[in-house]
Design a binder for this molecule. Sequence first.
Ligand SMILES: NC(=O)c1ccc[n+]([C@@H]2O[C@H](COP(=O)([O-])OP(=O)(O)OC[C@H]3O[C@@H](n4cnc5c(N)ncnc54)[C@H](O)[C@@H]3O)[C@@H](O)[C@H]2O)c1
Length: 342
Amino acid sequence: MRRILVTGAFGQIGSELATALRARHGVERVLASDLALSASGPPAADGPYERLDCTELEDIRSVMRRHEVDEIYHLVAVLSAVAESDPERAWRVNVESLHNVLIAAREFGSRVFFPSSIAAFGPSTPRTDTPQVAVQRPSTMYGVTKVAGELLCDYYAARFGVDVRGLRLPGLVSHVTRPGGGTTDYAVEMLRAAASGERYSCFLAPKTRLDMMYMPDAVMAIIQLMEANPARLKHRNAYNVTAMSITPAELAAQVRERRPQFVVDYRVDPLRQSIADSWPQSLDASAAREDWGFAPRFGLAAMTEDMLRRLGAEADTSKGARQQGGTRDAERKITQNARGAA
Ligand SMILES: NC(=O)c1ccc[n+]([C@@H]2O[C@H](COP(=O)([O-])OP(=O)(O)OC[C@H]3O[C@@H](n4cnc5c(N)ncnc54)[C@H](O)[C@@H]3O)[C@@H](O)[C@H]2O)c1
């Protein structure tokens, strides 16, 4: 059986993408992988799982040989804020692991998905309506690794014919797995606090405008791009995508419409603020719309509504479980273990 490999499957995207791919292609066809030795909780435990450190080329080759992998969703990375605290590790994990995946994909004739980011742009890029093709001189290590990744993907496609496709994703908002140390994490943190009836101290200034997208739209976009007719893909790799361009103050206002008691204050973290200030405020996603029909369904209001409803139900369930003698958030623990080992 030819298999689809998801690397970094315990992360914010992987935990939902692996589930969506399993629903589409069958549980046994999708092999989840991450750094943890075993998967004892969702999402990876509902199907095949292998521990895989993507900085080890031989380990990738071994997994691909044993499972006859013909498609890889390579989600392994160190995210923006974490990358600034250890730039050497960020290069190793973000660039070398991608290069290993591309080498193996070339050898095994596999297709590859690679997620780039709005971080691939920098202070000299036009900040509003940032075009698909624009200056890319990022000032963060995360951004440097994303530009290097985009170029590696282009090179392997042009030189060796590897079918590698990618998106430049904005900040992603989701409720299944907590974000892994990015600059846009404030949105998830704010919605989680609001759903639990807590106040929130935001680490970005109230008027910091950045692109965002709700996870169901991101998962749909990834699947749509990988299923698109290659003849229609003018860019193939690193398509700009976004669903909304928002500030913390605008998100807080949406929350207060539904939770009038919600209180937010601002304690700006200089590192993450400087990262945010170097990124675009709104991407032009017209190339993705024209080439493969990108059409996100959730705007700010619909996303806020859905997140608060789902997180509220989650908070009620865990409160009930605590009252009955305690519970563990197995999924979060696995993710933390995986990150700790990284
Ligand atoms: N989440 C976002 O908002 C966002 C936005 C733009 C781009 N992206 C990109 O999408 C991809 C996935 O992001 P995410 O938010 O799910 O990240 P995440 O930090 O939540 O998950 C990354 C996963 O990779 C694993 N990992 C780390 N080093 C590894 C290694 N050497 N081998 C195997 N696994 C390893 C970690 O254990 C973790 O589970 C990344 O490339 C990220 O840069 C994410």
